[in-house]
Design a binder for this molecule. Sequence first.
Ligand code: ADP
Ligand code: MG
Length: 400
Amino acid sequence: MTDTTHDATARAHALLSELTGTAPIGTWSAPGRVNLIGEHTDYNDGFVLPFAIDRRTVVAVAPRTDGRIRVASTFADEPVEVELSAVPTLFPSDEIPEWAAYPLGVAWAALATSGTDAAGLTGLDLAIASDVPVGAGLSSSAAIEGATAAAVNEVWDLGLDAVALARVGRRAENEAVGAPTGIMDQMAAMLGRDDAGIFLDCRSLEVEVVDLGLAAADLTIVVIDTRVSHAHSTGGYGERRAACERGAAAMGVPALRDVAVADLDRAEGLVRDGVIDEVAFRRMRHVVTEDQRVLDAVAVLREQGPTAIGDLLLASHASMRDDFEISTPELDAAVEAAMGAGALGARMTGGGFGGAAIALTPRDRVEAVTDAAASAFAAAGFTAPSVFTVAPSQGARRDS
Ligand code: ADP
Ligand code: MG
C-alpha cells in the first residue's frame, strides 16, 4: 500500500460522532489526482493521462430514520440538511452552499442516473474530511464526489459501476455546482491504481491503465502547490472552453480532438482569412499539440519508461503558458526552479490560474527541488509554496 498516513479518516469519524453520537456503518474514500499530462483536452474529446494520488477524501456514513439527508464537512462551518424526498428536484439551486452542492449534487445525480425513487431509501448522515488540499489543482472536488458517489451507491444499492459513478460526479459538478469541467478528474478518482496512470480517451471513455514505473526508476512526483487558489466557475475557464468551441466550429469538426497537428497549417490559413480569431487559434494549437503529447507520453512510457517523458512535460507547460495562457508567474517559477534543481521535467497541472506544478524528480533530488522552489518563491516575493511528493495510488473504495 503506497498510501501515506494522513488523518482524514479519524477526522471524518470524529465529525460523525459529534453529529450523531454513533459510529459509522461504513467509510468510503476517493483520492485527488495529479494530471501527468493532457491539460484542457478532456472537454475537447481528447486524451489525458492522470493518476490518483495518495491523498484522499473520506466520507463516514450513518443511517437516519427520519427520511432526511445531512452533509457535514470539516471544511465547512455548518452541516446542510434536506428532506430525502426533495433531493430529486434540489438542483439547480441558489440556496445550497457551494461546498454542499458537491455531496448533495452527487446524491441527486446518482438517484437520477440509476432511476431510483428516493421514497424507498434510508436517510443518511455523511461526515466528510479530506487530506487533499482544496483548490490546489489536485481535484479535491473529484475526491469528494468520488467518495460520496461510492458511499451512496453502496448504501442505497444503486448498482452503478465505476465509470457510471465518474459520470455522476461530473454531472454533480456541472449541473449542481455549476462548474463546466470535463470527466478526467472523476475517472482518475474512481479508477486509479498503484504506480499507474489512467490513459483516458475522453470521447469513448475507453481507459487503459498504463504502468508509470516510477518506483523502479527511483523517481517521484513532487507537487509544488503555489497556494494561489483558482476558481473554475468564475475564472477564465469558460472563456477557454468557448474559444475551443469556436476553433472546432471553424474547422468544421465536432471537437478539437478531430484536428491533427498537421491540420494546424490550414487553421493558420483560416486566421489569415479572418475565419478564426488569433486567440482561438492559439487555444486550438495548445489542445491539438497536447493531445499528441499525451499519445507520445504513453508510447514513451511503454517503450522507454518514465525517465524519458521529461521533455514532453516541459513542452506541455510551455504550451499552457504561451498558447492557452493559463499559467501564472508562480507556476512558471516553480517549473524553472524544479528544472534548475535536477527534475527531469515539470509542468503546471490542473485547470490553471493558480494551483500546483508537478516535477518528475529523481528521489535523491527531492530535497534540492523543494529548497529551490522555496528560495525562488522567497526571492520573487511570492507566498511560500507547499511542496510534497505524491505516489500514484488506488481509486475510490470502501475502507471499512
Ligand atoms: P480543486 O478540485 O482543484 O481542489 P475546485 O474548485 O474544483 O478545486 O473544488 C474545490 C471545492 O470543492 C471547494 O471549494 C469546496 O466547495 C469543495 N470541496 C472540496 N473538498 C471538500 C471537503 N472536504 N468538504 C467540503 N467541500 C469540499
Ligand atoms: Mg476541481
